[in-house]
Design a protein around this ligand. Structure first.
Ligand SMILES: C[S@@+](CC[C@H](N)C(=O)[O-])C[C@H]1O[C@@H](n2cnc3c(N)ncnc32)[C@H](O)[C@@H]1O
Length: 285
């Protein structure tokens, strides 16, 4: 398989996430209900205080930028940056609904940040860094734009075995077609899953690693079909895998994914375990 250049990976990311932006808006309330604690954790890890200036990388539809804007208050500010304009349009709408005037969203690439040195008290990011073709370069940029003593707080996915929420569909696709063995260096959902990986890259970029912790929780769907629908609506990387199946393989995949999710029935819902890695680092004072 020919290797994609960084530019090609970034362009593919932009198209992928723009394509699913409508789905993210549709499922917004559901994700807010299931994953708000992740935003609170990032706000706490970054030690956000009133009046601070914060950058959110790969903000998407506004997580965790919107909570950070509430945390820093009107004297502070938050900028959310993302490749996908359609995701940011949704984020802007949410900021307006919440009456937040101290958060702005702008398109851009995390690996070439359009900000001066020492612009931010903190950099936060939820589920973005593993999709970058040049993670060390991005960490260099984060280090540059942080003020001395500023914090980086990032959430990335932990390994597939601890993430049935994400793994179920990938396992089913693997039963139906042969996928190339995953390149551990290639950008993707689990690229930063290994303990110590992201802290080591942060350290090489000049940050002091402070914490690297896995947190397990559950995403609760009303039904196994709802889980499948959510994948179809918003999981861009999984959609790309499903797109390689024939029509009959696709309907078999749908059947098997719903069946597999059904085995996580608890009470009236489907409780799918997920595990998130939280990494914190600080720029030396
Ligand atoms: C899984 S979504 C996460 C969105 C949001 N942070 C959340 O947790 O809901 C990943 C986001 O990262 C963005 N992204 C991927 N590569 C990027 C890059 N090089 N620069 C900026 N944003 C990027 C995508 O456009 C997408 O909106």
């Amino acid at each position: 398989m020919t290797q994609q250049s960084s530019e090609q990976i970034i362009e593919a990311q932009r198209q992928d996430w723009n394509r699913v932006a409508g789905g993210w808006e549709k499922w917004d309330r559901f994700f807010d209900e299931n994953m708000t604690f992740l935003n609170h954790r990032l706000v706490a890890d970054a030690r956000l205080r009133t009046g601070q200036h914060v950058l959110d990388l790969g903000s998407g539809t506004g997580y965790p930028a919107l909570l950070a804007a509430q945390a820093v208050g009107p004297q502070g500010s938050v900028i959310g940056i993302d490749l996908a304009e359609a995701m940011l349009t949704a984020a802007g709408r949410k900021a307006k609904t919440l009456g937040l005037t101290n958060v702005t969203f702008r398109t851009g690439d995390v690996t070439t940040l359009p900000f001066g040195a020492g612009s931010f008290d903190a950099v936060i990011s939820r589920f973005c860094l593993m999709f970058l073709p040049e993670i060390p370069k991005a960490l260099g940029e984060i280090t540059r734009v942080l003020k001395p003593g500023g914090y980086l707080a990032a959430a990335v996915w932990a390994s597939p075995d601890k993430n049935p929420y994400l793994r179920i569909s990938i396992d089913v696709i693997k039963q139906l077609i042969e996928l190339p063995p995953p390149d551990p260096e290639a950008p993707g959902i689990f690229r930063l899953a290994k303990p110590g990986d992201l802290p080591a890259i942060a350290q090489q970029a000049g940050l002091l690693p402070l914490a690297d912790e896995e947190v397990t929780a559950e995403v609760v769907f009303l039904s196994a079909r709802d889980y499948y629908t959510s994948l179809m609506d918003l999981a861009a990387p999984i959609q790309n895998l499903l797109a390689t199946l024939s029509a009959s393989q696709k309907s078999e995949a749908e059947h098997r994914i719903i069946q597999a999710a059904g085995s996580y029935q608890r009470g009236a819902g489907i409780a799918l375990p997920m595990t998130v890695r939280f990494v914190t680092a600080r720029k030396p004072i």
